[in-house]
Design a protein around this ligand. Structure first.
Ligand code: SF4
Ligand code: SF4
Length: 316
């Protein structure tokens, strides 16, 4: 597995970052032991980089996966903490639950916020800078869907790593186009920031052309690492083969078919109604401010998924 140094940090990470979100209770809700086996499968094949977050609740999956693992593992986590004390508690929680002495990266979990986040969450950021000085964390980061936040982070000395949302469809990018996000990423790279990409398959919408989705992101100047959420050993193998440049089509032994069985609306639904309008089968309706699916009417066509600005709709 090819390794890449993240910007001006000393973090040498695998090109494939294991995204731990989908196995947690927000999505698949796999038992920690079962999730750990999938992560360990990746670790045993050269992946040394895992991305998680305080809200994903997958620390136990990761802790079990790394037990007895001989290689150094770089864990990135993130927190919505705003104040110094909240962030300190989040870092301590991660250290304890992951059973580690240091964390690779801790991000301000920013997602939809713009550059104002640096003012609103200055206490949390100050805590991360202090943790880095004390050697508890190796790098300070920001995870974001917003072009302006990437641009602002690129110019700050206290940010080492940026985890931006980017994909070939531009789905989910806030405050700009796909091209504008790509420019912001390049600007950050030129400023010495480490970068790895989020939502390269656009929450599952680009799985029909995995090769094209990966080639687009890894072809962007300054972007060499992708975080991909995985819940199955076969998915790990397929992504590893794709990252080796192989064409994993339906004839390949490493091909994992897209098994869309059920539509799930997560708690991140904001009740905007866009999916309801997009559904050609009247299978979605708003109830108590959330979208609800009528499984009898849903034909799993997927028309609703791309219109959700919150990535709240998933097929599992
Ligand atoms: S588009 Fe997304 S956020 Fe809007 S109602 Fe549907 S599921 Fe909720
Ligand atoms: S998958 Fe298709 S049928 Fe099902 S809720 Fe979405 S748009 Fe409607």
């Amino acid at each position: 597995m090819q390794k890449v140094t993240l910007g001006n940090t000393s973090l040498l990470v695998s090109q494939l970052c294991f995204g731990a979100l989908p196995m947690g209770p927000l999505q698949r809700d796999m038992p920690p032991k079962q999730g750990a086996q999938v992560i360990r499968h990746a670790l045993d094949r050269g992946v040394n980089f895992i991305d998680t977050a305080q809200v994903y609740r997958t620390y136990e999956h990761i802790r079990l996966a790394k037990e007895g693992c001989p290689q150094e593992i770089i864990i990135a986590t993130k927190s919505y903490a705003e104040t110094y004390n909240e962030m300190q508690a989040a870092v301590e929680e991660a250290l304890t639950e992951l059973d580690v002495d240091t964390l690779g990266i801790v991000h301000l979990h920013a997602a939809r916020m713009g550059p104002e986040l640096f003012e609103k969450r200055s206490g949390a950021l100050r805590c991360l800078v202090d943790c880095k000085k004390r050697g508890i964390i190796q790098a300070v980061g920001i995870s974001t869907h917003t072009v302006a936040a990437v641009r602002a982070a690129a110019r700050r000395d206290d940010i080492d790593v940026i985890f931006p949302l980017i994909n070939v469809r531009g789905q989910g990018i806030r405050g700009g186009s796909r091209e504008e996000m790509a420019e912001a990423i390049f600007e950050a790279h030129n400023q010495g920031k480490g970068l790895y990409a989020m939502k390269v398959y656009a929450g599952g919408n680009l799985l029909q052309d995995r090769r094209g989705a990966l080639d687009y992101v890894l072809g962007l100047p300054g972007m060499n690492v992708v975080a991909i959420g995985m819940v199955d050993e076969k998915e790990v193998d397929m992504n590893l083969h794709l990252l080796k440049g192989e064409n994993v089509d339906a004839k390949s032994p490493h091909y994992v078919p897209i098994t869309s069985k059920k539509l799930i609306v997560s708690r991140f639904c904001k009740g905007c109604g866009s999916c309801v309008e997009a559904c050609p089968n009247q299978a979605l309706a708003l109830s108590n401010g959330k979208a609800r699916v009528d499984e009898e009417l849903c034909i799993l066509c997927g028309y609703c998924n791309p219109v959700c600005p919150e990535f709240a709709i998933r097929m599992v």
